[in-house]
Design a protein around this ligand. Structure first.
Ligand SMILES: Nc1ncnc2c1ncn2[C@@H]1O[C@H](COP(=O)(O)OP(=O)(O)OP(=O)(O)O)[C@@H](O)[C@H]1O
Length: 229
């Protein structure tokens, strides 16, 4: 079943002589349970496409469908609710709050979702256990290593039991050993929980581990490859 469908989406930043066409008509289907890598050079439009698919931004033209529903027709509050309940994010710009505890950081999506305090704690602890950080729940987020921080971000992405995880260069700032652990964690979530993965990466080796690679150049899909099963 199709989880997300983008139909001929376009996005332009700026106006008139400053206009930059970041996406020039992109169409794409992502199936439930699939793992998809979006690959391309810097400036090719990867993050812009990811933001549209993740309902963090809206296209100037074209449509995004989530579970066969055209998102354009929905009210903003409905879109926010859908995003909060279906999606988990592992984005570099969604920083942890360094002064708050690891547990508080992971509970944030549940606070936004209106989950009661006792249930919030229970679920956040379970998510932290899943990423091997049970012993760090009370630490301040600042007092963790880079790899541990990234695992907290994954726990926070998981805590809502999302159907889809979006990740933007999730291993970009990590050493190769820690990066490998974080990669494995994402693929395990796909295998064990059936979570769909949509990841932006520059790294060809990482991209090769996904079911499908989508290559962007100058705001258009120029190639698609499937990894042999
Ligand atoms: N808010 C904005 N205003 C103006 N131009 C923008 C804006 N956001 C992105 N762009 C431009 O759109 C193009 C695509 O940006 P995007 O971030 O999608 O690329 P990317 O492929 O993710 O690049 P990178 O790998 O460097 O993150 C770039 O040329 C960028 O400069």
């Amino acid at each position: 079943m199709t989880a997300i469908r983008a139909v001929n989406v376009r996005k332009t930043y700026g106006k008139k002589e400053n206009a930059f066409h970041a996406l020039r008509g992109v169409s794409l289907d992502i199936q439930r349970g699939e793992t998809v890598a979006i690959v391309g050079k810097s400036g090719s439009g990867k993050s812009t496409l990811m933001h549209l698919l993740a309902l963090l931004d809206t296209p100037d033209d074209g449509t995004i469908h989530l579970d066969n529903k055209d998102v354009n027709g929905l009210r903003k509050s409905e879109v926010n609710k859908m995003r909060n309940s279906y999606y988990g994010f592992v984005f570099q710009q969604f920083f942890l709050n360094g002064r708050q505890s690891v547990l508080d950081n992971v509970m944030l999506p549940l606070v936004i979702g209106g989950v009661r305090p006792a249930e919030r704690k229970r679920r956040a602890r379970a998510a932290l256990e899943a990423v091997g950080l049970s012993d760090k729940v009370k630490n301040r987020a600042n007092d963790l290593s880079g790899g541990q921080k990234q695992r907290v971000v994954i726990a926070r992405a998981l805590v809502n039991e999302p159907s889809i995880i979006f990740a933007d260069e999730p291993t970009g700032n990590l050493d190769s050993h820690t990066g490998e652990q974080v990669e494995q964690m994402l693929f395990d979530l796909n295998k064990e929980k059936g979570i769909t993965l949509v990841v932006v990466t520059h790294d060809p080796e990482f991209a090769a581990r996904f079911d499908r690679q989508i290559y962007l150049r100058d705001g258009q899909i120029v190639a698609e490859e499937r990894t042999a099963a």
